[in-house]
Design a protein around this ligand. Sequence first.
Ligand code: ASP
Length: 326
Amino acid sequence: MKNILIIFTGGTISMKRDKNINASVPSMCGKDILDLIPNVDNIANIHCMDFSTIPSPHITPEKMLELSKMISEKAKVYDGIVVTHGTDSLEETAYLVDLTCNTSNPVIFTGAMKSSSELGWDGAANLVTAVLTAASESAKNKGVLVIMNGEIHCAAQVTKTNTHSLDTFKSLDFGPIGFVDNNKPYFYFDYSKSEYISVSKIESGVSLIKCACGMDYKLIKFCVDSGTKGIVIEGMGSGNIPPGMLPGIDYAINRNIPIILVSRCITGKVSDSYGYKGGGKDLTNRGVILGGNLNGQKARIKLMAALGFTNDLCEIKKIFKQNYYK
Ligand code: ASP
């Protein structure tokens, strides 16, 4: 049997309803969760580690990197790693680990949308499915995977799309890369990870700004003046912004603050196809870096990792050229 390490970080999978406040709070450590899923050790030799018991909005970039370093070490010893995580920020931690951890062994993130006090707790099914996949040869060399609701997604593409549905995790551009049926993972296509950033530290001071009609430069200038080290802008459409924001763009780039442009559209990549003031071409001419098809929160994670590696804008541009499409 394979040796699988489950690292518990918290999230709804570890929560119970507190009757006094009538709301869910973290209550269970890893062993408590495994006690609710008695058959999981028929699949593999399970080892368990409590990293934290926090709801996922409490996780910080520094904690994410600490987790990534731990996974890199443990992946040398175990055949596969499963990480349980709150679903709210699961996509961010999973992507940071995907970017910064270079193991060929399966690393699977999972969680739950319902707490164990609710009817239909999905934690058991998700955890069993994740362990099955972590123990499978076919999940090797695929980077970090996210498994929820029987679907297998790559960490770089998956996002939480619904606040309460069990069917919330979606890879909106090309769908899940596989699924688990009858206790076996299947992959639709041969997919290999294309991004890696070698970092020992992370720069957490990165701002994320969403564009809307009529916005001006003040928010960008405020971020720069408050010491931000990088900015991700969720532009409109294929990567265009209101012209009133342009003085802020120039202000940041003149101070060597990288600006990554992504789209507030839920699918598709950004491009420099528009040449008008504030269009993608105008922005790249000013030194803005295109962020591919990443959403804002993932582009921010990538910029935090990139800035942990280099401050050089040309190097950061090269890092953002590593994409999931050829
Ligand atoms: N708010 C919870 C968290 O992210 C939700 C969840 O775990 O799904 O920790």
